[in-house]
Design a protein around this ligand. Structure first.
Ligand code: ZN
Length: 161
């Protein structure tokens, strides 16, 4: 898997209930807002289908379908380098768009969404944060880094004592 942008992961607004920053109405946020300023967006994994759309809220957006039928969604884009198609394939780490500020936003950022099929096969939005953390390997650093360091120090102490 590949990171979707070339920078440190910064989640500006998480999944869940929030007061919308533009219209100040309480609304559920079906994704994560990621810091991004008009920069290349890459496929996090292989793609087998693409849908490109526009609406007033999401602006220009792309929905990618991956090999396991999960989908990733990218909103507020400024440029798109792919086209809609059920059978369009893209490799991993392929630049397919530039983030931007289209639609309803307070500033440039990338809204990232993830959809998984429920038991009836309908696609449902899920909180994408764990997926993003996997791409940036944040969990690995947090959970494995400190114990490995501790064991390393212990081994050194034992060897040299
Ligand atoms: Zn958002």
């Amino acid at each position: 898997m590949n990171r979707i942008i070339d920078r440190k992961l910064e989640i500006l607004s998480p999944w869940g209930d929030r007061i919308h920053p533009v219209n100040h109405i309480s609304k559920f946020h079906y994704g994560n807002d990621i810091r991004a300023h008009f920069e290349p967006i890459y496929t996090p994994e292989k793609v087998k289908g693409i849908f490109i759309g526009y609406d007033d809220r999401a602006g220009h957006y792309v929905k990618l379908t991956h090999l396991d039928n999960s989908q990733t969604v990218y909103c507020h884009l400024s440029e798109i380098y792919c086209s809609t198609g059920k059978d369009i394939e893209l490799p991993e780490n392929n630049c397919f768009a530039i983030s931007g500020n289209s639609g309803c936003t307070t500033g440039p950022h990338l809204h990232f969404g993830r959809k998984l099929p429920d038991t009836d096969g309908n696609m449902r939005f899920v909180d994408p944060e764990s997926y993003l953390r996997k791409l940036w390997a944040v969990d690995i650093i947090k959970t494995a880094g400190i114990p490995i360091l501790a064991i390393g120090i212990l081994v050194i102490i034992i060897i040299f004592s």
